[in-house]
Design a protein around this ligand. Structure first.
Ligand code: FE
Length: 143
């Protein structure tokens, strides 16, 4: 699903395999390395992605899937835990064939080419998520 090297101090370089779904691979990596909190960033070439937009008026998520070749020009996000499971909060910008960009929360994306990420483990437990009814968001809950 991925290959990785540890640089130092729980910092990792990840290469996600071709045709692999990025969020699935990242969650599996967090489980394998027992990462409870951290930061993630990277770039990739993808052929399909589902982005998510939260409408603050309705507090409802609107998801949209794009099936075309795109370059993730920037993936930025963080890692925490919710109900004991890895919780990835990922934002992404992706460029299209015509060089325009689209983006949003990254739910899923399938690698078509390469996906190069970095992960830094904060080394902290108790960086959790709890649903906040006022905003409709799963906000940080520090224990
Ligand atoms: Fe967000």
């Amino acid at each position: 699903m991925y290959k990785y090297r540890e640089t130092r101090d729980r910092r990792f370089i990840l290469s996600v395999d071709n045709h692999t779904e990025i969020s699935t691979a990242l969650a599996a990596f967090c489980r394998e390395k027992d990462i409870h909190s951290g930061i993630v960033g990277g770039i990739a070439a993808i052929s399909k992605a589902t982005f998510r937009f939260l409408d603050p008026a309705t507090k409802k998520y609107v998801d949209k899937t794009f099936e075309e070749q795109m370059e993730i020009t920037c993936l930025a996000g963080n890692i925490s835990r919710k109900d004991g499971e890895p919780y990835l909060h990922l934002h992404v910008t992706a460029s299209r064939r015509d060089y325009t960009c689209i983006g949003g929360h990254l739910l899923t994306a399938t690698v078509n080419g390469a996906c190069e990420l970095f992960v830094e483990d904060y080394g902290l437990e108790g960086i959790d998520r709890k649903f906040n009814p006022e905003t409709g968001l799963n906000l940080y809950e520090f224990k």
